[in-house]
Every structure is written in C-alpha cells, then in structure tokens.
Ligand binder design. Structure first.
Ligand SMILES: [Zn+2]
Length: 178
C-alpha cells in the first residue's frame, strides 16, 4: 500500500492540492484556510476508516470556495454517505464505474458535472460506454440513485474562468486509461 502524499501548488490564485496513495492519516490543511482550493482526488483510490475521521477534521478548516475533482468510486461513496465529508466543498467531477458484459472488463469514465457527460440528467441511468478492451457495450456498474446522491443534493455555484481552465487542464491529465 502506498502512503498518502499531498502535493500543493498554486495557479492564478487557486491552490491546487493533489492527493495520492491511501489516505489513512491526518492531513494538515491549515495553510489552506481562507484560500480558494481545488482538490484533485484522481490519484487516490482508497481512504481508510481512520483516514475518513482525519479527513473530516482536516477539511473543516477550509472555507469556500473549495472544489473536488476526479473522485474515484470509493471516495464517491463517502461523499454520498458520510456526513460532513465534503465540508464546505463542491464535488465537480467523479469517475463512474463501468462493467463490460462481453469481456468482464471493469473501467472508469470521468464525469464532469459542468458539461453534459455519460449522465446527462435526463434519465437516472448513465448511458452505456464503449469498452476500451473489446469495443463492446459496457453498462454503468452501480446503483444510480445511490451513486449520484451527493450530486443530486448539491447544486453547483458559479466559478471563475481561471478556475474552470485549471479544472479543464487537470481533467486532461485524468483521461489516461485506468
Ligand atoms: Zn469488453
């Protein structure tokens, strides 16, 4: 298991935080209090139960605007079901789990809430995706009502063009196959 790491950089007045590895210990966000924060979660797939408690404590020092992008399914589960997990932040993008019936391949597709994605809001079930391995049709592999619970209860607030540009560039880096 890889230990969690936190990379902090700054672009156009926004603090970019990249988490990686398994989050299982306290994260010190004190230096980020009262800053605009974009947290990229795409490189962390796991958070332990101790990590969840530490995360909720750490995230509490932040004040808006705070955004999360690239949440993997296990993180999405916590955004959906763990009280206070998002703190004051908004979840802007998340990975959707897909399963291919033909070749039993499992993969994830990034869904950007800012634009129309696999789940366009017109139905409660994300559209099938092409399997990257066999080019067959793959179906969303979770329970839509549960998976999108946190998105359904949290409307997005307006963002600056600079922030949107930063999110776009981070999403481009996330488009590599998982
Ligand atoms: Zn397949």
């Amino acid at each position: 298991m890889s230990e969690s790491r936190m990379l902090v950089s700054e672009r156009d007045g926004v603090v970019l935080v990249e988490l990686s590895g398994v989050v299982e210990q306290p994260l010190d966000f004190n230096a980020l209090a009262s800053r605009a924060v974009l947290m990229n979660l795409q490189h962390t797939r796991r958070i332990t139960s101790f990590g969840v408690r530490a995360w909720r404590t750490g995230i509490n020092v932040l004040s808006p605007p705070v955004y999360f992008i690239g949440a993997r399914p296990l993180w999405v589960a916590h955004f959906n079901t763990t009280a206070g997990f998002a703190g004051c932040g908004e979840l802007l993008s998340l990975f959707l789990p897909y399963a291919c019936q033909q070749c039993k391949n499992f993969f994830e597709v990034l869904w950007d809430r800012r634009v129309v994605g696999p789940f366009d809001g017109s139905s409660r079930v994300p559209q099938p995706q092409t399997c990257p391995r066999c080019r067959g049709s793959a179906d969303f592999d979770d329970v839509p009502n549960a998976y999108f619970a946190c998105c359904a209860r949290q409307a997005l607030t307006p963002r600056s063009p600079a922030l949107d540009a930063l999110i776009d560039s981070e999403h481009l880096r996330a488009s590599a196959p998982t």
